[in-house]
Design a protein around this ligand. Sequence first.
Ligand code: PLP
Length: 337
Amino acid sequence: IDFIEHKQPREEYGRYGNPGEKVVERKLAALDGGEAAILYASGMAAIVGVVMAKLSAGDEVIFFDECYHRSREFCSKHMARFGVVTHQVKACDYDAMEAAITPRTRLLISESPTNPHLSVVDLERFASIGRRRGVDTLIDATLATPYNVRPIEYGVDYVLHSATKYLGGHNDLLAGVIVGAQEKLESIRKLRGIMGAINSPHNIYLLERGLKTFELRMRRQNENGQAVAEFLAGHPRVERVYYPGLPSHPYHEVARRTMRGFGGLITFLVKDADWRATAAMIDAVKIPRIGPSLGGVESLIEQPMVMSYFDYPPEERARFGIPDNMVRLSCGIENRE
Ligand code: PLP
């Protein structure tokens, strides 16, 4: 009775949370400078949790089109069945985003930096559109991490991370987190208890253990990313490198203004290579293992055309900006030499 009357704090049932999870949620909220955080079983469970809690039939959501493709797919394909309308506008086209807002718009969503093009959102501009028009804003900052950027400081309402990546950091767990103001998170947390998309205590233990070295890993991965990007940019067999830390990157200035470092993820195009020659180059690489994840201590490499877009027709791949000779390299903490 004391527990039900909120006189005695204690745990109730595993689907509503566990003690270790509360500790890690406090740490993640602190890292991002937010009031509170909610952990999920994966990054996708986190985005699904927010969208399901905040949108109802007739409501609208707007994405920058370089946002993680499964997040966009969840809204455009699945929320559509429940009457939610999804709009997608070109990444970093702030005027297009503002023009797409209607009285039914409830959420503006972007990733920053985006994956695999590493476009960097001007967070101040993005957040100010939301504030001016009375619409909540969400940034998926998985690639940046709170070490490199803290979107809440720019006025963004929700920050999302796939903790599967840098926060966990060891390529051995799945988790997701949403950070924001306590009041805004309340309905999301209640729905999570019903959805059941939560972590086991052991998974939480792994995540907390990973966080102990978060700063060290990020420093090293920022250094490795910058050094390897510079190496690739000077390589005769490389056509183009996408990395926000390179002055040639179209969003270098925004990145320099808003980010402490530019992370370990690099995308590049192999010169004069078709998809098979690109795949052969990836097969020949000795240290990075082939895999679609990123942000862990071991380097991973992949070919987006094969790994994520193999069943898309070529014209659709072209529309998404995924050429056959594109390679994505997630630098780990290895000695870069
Ligand atoms: N957001 C980004 C930017 C991602 O790269 C991923 C990864 O797959 C997700 C969200 C989804 O995270 P998870 O795989 O943990 O569900």
